[in-house]
Design a protein around this ligand. Structure first.
Ligand code: CMC
Length: 395
């Protein structure tokens, strides 16, 4: 096969050096800048995690206050962007809108040389982290034919997002502290995950020196697929189908094992985690706590019970055990989002909002790296031998 290593899916290829996130798939370990995800989930806030991922250290009080203020100053979108939204069909998937809107920001912030200036890279990161909740919430408002709500900068990051999503001009809206806490947790857990498909996409797109907003938009497109961030939406559709089938969990497990059926258990399996996904453990616990707080008659309990039954059956099944297939981050996160009143098609959008800091931190790290060069994988050619052009009348 010649000079190149054949590695479809990049199962055994390290494409870069990175000091941002560490994964040990056999032990179920995830660390941001060396800090265990369990500790960050319990003690930190999403903005603090953003600072940590981008700058490499936890901020002190003043650094965090300053960072919070800087992010706040960038939450607005250029007023012209409203017209960009109105170019989309009302029933467009909010992920489609997000790909377009984030890509369009490259028209507002485009200075070729700036990417080599660390200060400008930092401003780009601030802009993206700050604007994503506004972009996300506006996609939702537009899809519903509702007026866009401007950010209210007296609110914290997560409350501001919920405010832009749900507040109405006719009534006072105060985000439920339970939901704010749950959203903060989900944002922290989704903030980075080393060289996953979307992050690798941002790196590859950005490696040509492309505009970072355009590179981020490529990452959002990659995240949308059901094998990646789109899985959180697909999990709920699957659980709902199971509930509607009189809870025939065994039938869905059998389908997932059938190699003639394309169906897979959504929210199950991971390229790196071969023991358990530490994010799934935290999310399952949070999901259970949230549902308990909503009371025994909450309308999401049935989905949770079905998910739990599915997990139990699958984990006792030789097919899943042999292949090390466990629930991943997406398995229980959707139930939390549903319970918060977030519609299904916004799930992956929220994932993108959280992952933005990871994407831009990796882009920043790549540009600053001494080994930085354009990404350019090779191939093993399997096509035709050289042959002569045949005139069209002779074919
Ligand atoms: N249900 C049934 N079988 C599965 C599943 C599943 N969810 N996942 C993997 N397998 C089987 C697969 O058929 C293969 O079997 P065999 O060895 O007999 O051919 C084996 O397990 C290995 O699977 P793979 O597709 O080679 O593994 P991968 O590392 O390429 O894919 C994955 C990882 C996450 C794409 C895959 O497990 C999957 O499609 N899961 C469902 C979608 C999902 O939940 N995605 C979210 C991933 S975590 C969050 C994120 O990345 O955004």
């Amino acid at each position: 096969l010649g000079y190149f290593t054949y590695d479809p899916g990049f199962v055994a290829t390290a494409s870069c050096h990175s000091a941002i996130t560490y994964l040990d798939g056999d032990k179920g370990v995830l660390e941001y800048r060396g800090y265990p995800i369990e500790q960050l989930a319990e003690k930190s806030s999403f903005l603090e995690v953003c600072y940590l991922l981008f700058h490499g250290e936890l901020p002190n009080e003043k650094e965090l206050t300053d960072f919070d203020q800087i992010i706040t100053t960038h939450t607005m979108l250029n007023e012209q962007m409203k017209r960009f939204y109105s170019g989309f069909r009302r029933d467009a998937h909010p992920m489609a809108t997000m790909v377009g809107v984030v890509g369009a920001l490259s028209a507002f912030y485009h200075h070729d040389e700036d990417i080599h200036d660390p200060k400008h890279r930092m401003i780009t990161a601030h802009r993206l982290i700050a604007k994503m909740p506004t972009i996300a919430a506006w996609s939702y408002r537009y899809a519903n034919g509702q007026p866009m709500v401007y950010p209210k900068n007296s609110l914290d990051y997560s409350s501001n997002f919920l405010y832009m999503m749900f507040s109405m001009p006719t009534e006072e809206y105060t985000p439920d502290p339970l939901f704010v806490k749950a959203l903060e947790l989900l944002l922290i857990l989704h903030a980075d995950h080393e060289q996953n498909a979307s992050t690798s996409t941002v790196r590859l797109a950005g490696s040509s020196g492309a505009n970072p907003f355009a590179a981020l938009s490529a990452g959002i497109a990659s995240l949308w697929g059901p094998a990646h961030g789109g899985a959180n939406e697909a999990v709920i559709r699957m659980l709902q189908d199971i509930v509607d089938s009189d809870n025939d969990v065994a039938h869905y497990v059998a389908r997932a094992k059938d190699k003639d059926d394309r169906f897979r258990l959504m929210g199950f399996g991971h390229r790196v985690y071969k023991n358990f996904d530490p994010r799934a453990v935290i999310i399952r616990k949070t999901c259970l706590e949230l549902l308990e707080q909503l009371g025994p008659d909450n309308q999401y309990q049935e989905l949770f019970d079905t998910a739990k039954e599915l997990e139990e059956i699958a984990l006792a099944d030789e097919y899943f055990v042999k292949r090390n297939l466990y629930p991943n981050v997406d398995f229980y996160s959707g139930i939390i989002l549903l319970a918060m009143g977030i519609p299904l098609n916004m799930f992956t959008v929220i994932f993108a909002m959280a992952r933005t800091v990871g994407w831009i931190s990796h882009w920043n790290e790549m540009i600053a790296d001494d080994d930085f060069r354009i990404g350019r994988p090779r191939q093993l050619y399997l096509g035709s031998e050289p042959r002569d052009y045949v005139e069209i009348e002779n074919r």
